[in-house]
Design a protein around this ligand. Sequence first.
Ligand code: PGA
Length: 261
Amino acid sequence: METRTPIFVANWKMNKLVRDIPEFIHRFGELMRGSASPHEVAIAPPFLYLPELARNLEGKSILRAAQNCGTTKFGAYTGEISPVMLREFGVEWVILGHSERRHIYKEDDALVAARLKAALEEGLKVILCVGETLQERKAGKAFQTVETQLSILKPNELPQALWERLIIAYEPVWAIGTGENASPEQAQEVQAFIRKWAAERFSPPTAQKLRILYGGSVKPENAKALMGQKDVDGFLIGTASLDPTVFAGVIQNGLSSHGLA
Ligand code: PGA
């Protein structure tokens, strides 16, 4: 029996103005009122907006997330924000290894691994993004790419307690921001592979508890079918998270696939 709580994570990327936040949160709260089914929502705004987001989330159950974090507590790392600093601002989750970080800013697996280690050490929970490019998919290398990206998770370095602070987001690069989502079957195929990988590498109970998200052009129209897949436990949402009505639509339609809306 599946007991994984669905989670929906808004990744605002480099969008919005700080003054948009109060209206967004107010509207989103109104739209989600009465949705009693168990689920979690997190919002990852640009770093600078975290205090304003926190003010607006007082008394609400929405979680705060960041879009990346540094590899150490303090030091000469111009432009980086450390996990300690994020914790100071009440951030609970951090997105790591997003494809835009990997491809535009050339973050490799070693750097993502260093960020992951620092984040977990400081008590953050991590959403680790993995996913293949179109070229890799066409070459039949989707699983191989995902497996390589996952291999920074090492059983000897990641005890059971830390696994519980980890989510994997499968985000095929060709589906991000393109309007072309993976089909529910394509998402399920890779996400089942990720769960199997986790079962073999760690343990079947760990894998059973692991939440695996899908990300890439999720919208209200495709949320139900994607969430209907056995190994899709929620979404990482870019474009569709920028508008409170659309974001709420994604969540409600997603939950409805579990008969939960
Ligand atoms: P998208 O972005 O929903 O706009 O495709 C998803 C993501 O990058 O996390």
